[in-house]
Write a protein that binds this ligand. Structure first.
Ligand SMILES: *[C@@H]1O[C@H](CO)[C@@H](O)[C@H](O)[C@H]1NC(C)=O
Length: 332
């Protein structure tokens, strides 16, 4: 009888054979990868804006336990400027702490403006001493979605802490990478170079994105993205109207293979709970509001993505290129 493990091994073997003739690692031969914490870590992007309905830290506990169980080390709390943000962050940090999860703020520049460096720094300061705050030594970790053009020096001054800042700045925008400590690449899906699906003549792989970041970072820490899917279908009834889909059929498997080949210091799973973009790996029934995405999301739990991540995360942390030894159970 055919098992998932056998199927995975067959596909993995095929993938390894095909990558053997692909381009060499962007790190080049034998270059030491800088480690800021002495260990590989797995982050997961976590939307605070979709869970404003929660009323206690207990409402976060299941998420924290599930994330920890699959090997996620820290959640990147994506925040905008909504009035409920501080209340939800208080619950989230409390729950993270009691469940052995780490966390850091990720400023969403769809909502923050790049002239708000002082506000960004002040938010970092406000949560810097939370027990669950991820720190490298004394350095308070912080990140972003977008934000090119932020005055990083002004942010650092306002933060009143030594900040380990790895934002989602973009090499192709010519942003100064000398003032940051690392960077998150958001683009986890094959694309056209312009935030849409590939088209003839404009076909950019996720690995090309990896290489652009690794080059721009020049030895600084790279947070590489891993995502299962991307589909969104918000009509003109909401101000965040957007309709697009990226090729994702076997992406969850393919991208994990690429990660095991690249072996960056850090990875960020995109996302835990962005239901509206269909790349959630967390549970659909964990308490959250409805941004309008229930129309295409409800009835489609993604729990299996969590199960499938387990051997890949274990292999990533071990520096292994083959997930097979880390598969302990066949499941469908
Ligand atoms: C983009 O490239 C991939 C990999 O080479 C290929 O499978 C796909 O068909 C291409 N897509 C388009 C629209 O050209």
């Amino acid at each position: 009888m055919w098992s998932i493990k056998t199927a995975l091994q067959a596909v993995a073997t095929a993938a390894l054979l095909s990558t053997a003739i692909a381009a060499p690692s962007p790190f080049g031969g034998g270059m030491t990868i800088r480690q800021d914490n002495g260990e590989k870590m797995v982050f997961c992007h976590y939307m605070i804006g979709i869970i404003y309905v929660r009323t206690s830290a207990a409402d976060y506990d299941d998420d924290m336990k599930r994330a920890k169980a699959i090997g996620i080390d820290a959640l990147a709390f994506n925040i905008g400027v909504d009035p409920y943000t501080d209340q939800q962050l208080a619950y989230a940090y409390e729950s993270a702490n009691r469940n052995g999860m780490k966390a850091f703020l990720s400023f969403d520049f769809n909502w923050y403006h790049t002239d708000q460096a002082v506000q960004v720094g002040q938010m970092i300061a406000k949560y810097a001493s939370e027990p669950a705050q991820l720190k490298f030594g004394d350095r308070v970790v912080a990140s972003s979605f977008a934000g090119d053009g932020l005055d990083v020096a002004a942010m650092r001054t306002a933060a009143d802490n030594d900040v380990w800042f790895a934002p989602n700045f973009h090499p192709e925008k010519g942003t100064d990478f000398s003032v940051i400590d690392g960077a998150l690449n958001w683009i986890a899906w094959p694309n056209d170079g312009n935030n849409k699906a590939p088209k003839p003549g404009a076909n950019v792989t996720v690995q090309q994105g990896d290489q652009a970041y690794v080059t721009a970072l020049n030895g600084k820490a790279y947070i590489a993205p891993v995502s299962p899917w991307f589909f969104t279908h918000f009509g003109p009834e909401v101000p965040y109207s957007k309709n697009w889909v990226f090729p994702s059929d076997t992406l969850w498997f393919d991208r994990w293979q690429q990660i095991l080949e690249l072996q960056p210091e850090y990875i960020e799973i995109v996302t835990w709970n962005d239901y509206g973009e269909s790349h959630y790996i967390g549970r659909l029934d964990s308490p959250h509001g409805d941004d309008g995405s229930s129309k295409w999301v409800y009835g489609f739990p993604h729990d299996a993505f969590l199960d499938m991540a387990i051997p890949f995360i274990a292999a990533f942390k071990a520096g292994a290129s083959d997930p097979a030894p880390y598969i302990t159970e066949d499941k469908m």
